[in-house]
Design a protein around this ligand. Sequence first.
Ligand code: ATP
Ligand code: MG
Length: 297
Amino acid sequence: MTARLRIAIQKSGRLSTESQQLLKSCGVKFSVNEQRLIAHADNMPVDILRVRDDDIPGLVMDGVVDLGIVGENVLEEEQLERDCLGNASDVVKLRQLDFGACRLSLAVPTEFVYGDASSLEGLRIATSYPNLLRRFMQNKGISYQDCQLKGSVEVAPRAGLADGICDLVSTGATLEANGLYETEVIFRSMACIIQSTTPQSDTKQALINKILSRVNGVIRARESKYILLHAPTETLEQIVALLPGAENPTVLPLNDETNRVAIHAVSTEDLFWDTMEELTALGASSILVMPIEKMMG
Ligand code: ATP
Ligand code: MG
C-alpha cells in the first residue's frame, strides 16, 4: 500500500463542506479540483479521496483507504449489509463528529392513522436503508414488505409505490412538503470518522493518531468559548458559579482597583444572553465572549 495516508470524504452533498473544513482546521492543506477524485495535501503525506458517501464505509473496510468521514447511518447500514452476507466489516469508529446530525425515521401519509409500529404490519415501506429498517422491524416482531429505492423515497407513497417510508429527516420540512408525518425514530446519526482494522505501519498510525488528536482539539475548541469579564470581589463566587462549565477560572488583579478583579475562563458551552444579563446584575462588566480557534492538552 501507498505510504501516503488516504482519507475518503463525500464528494458533494451534506457532509462535503464540513468534512473538508475539518481536515483543513487540522492543518491538512489541500485544494479540491471539482474534476478530480484525489486531492493531494501539500504539507503532509495525505491524500483526500472524494467519493459518493455510500462508498466510504466499504472503501475503509476493504482497506482501500485508511480513514473515512461518513454518516453513522451509512456506516451502520453497510455493516449490517456485510454481516448479512457473511462478509467481514473490519472498521472502527474513531469518534463521532459534531456535524451531519439527522435521524432515520418512519413516516406515513397525513391521513394514515398510526398507533405504533405494528400499524405497519403487512404494509409496504419504501427505504434506502433496508438493513436498518429490517433490524428495527424484526426487533418489534413486525412483518412488512420491502420497497428499496436509492432516491426519491419521500414521493413513494404518493406515487402508490408504498404505504409508508423509512428515510432520513433533519427538520421534517421535506416530509411535510410530501404530505407525510414522522411517526418513529429508528436511528439517530452524526458524521463520524472511521478507520480500517487492518494494522498500519507505525508511521501511518502515528499520522492517524496525530490527525485524530487534532480533530479532538478542533471539536473541543468549537464547543468552547473564552470568557473575559470584570467582577466585584464580593460577588466573585456567584459570578464564577454562573459561567457554564468553567471550572478553574483565572482571577487577576486590576490596576488601581482593590474591589474589582478580571476573570478569564474557558467555558465548555456558549454563554447565553440570559446568563450575560444575570452576570451584569451581579456587577460584572466588560464581558467578552470569544470563539477559540484551537485547543490542546
Ligand atoms: P452521495 O451522492 O454522496 O451518495 P447522498 O445524496 O447519499 O450523497 P446527502 O443527502 O448529501 O447524501 O447526505 C449525506 C449524509 O448527510 C447522510 O447520509 C446523513 O448522514 C447526513 N444528513 C444530515 N442531514 C440530512 C438530511 N436532512 N437528509 C439526508 N441526510 C442528512
Ligand atoms: Mg449517498
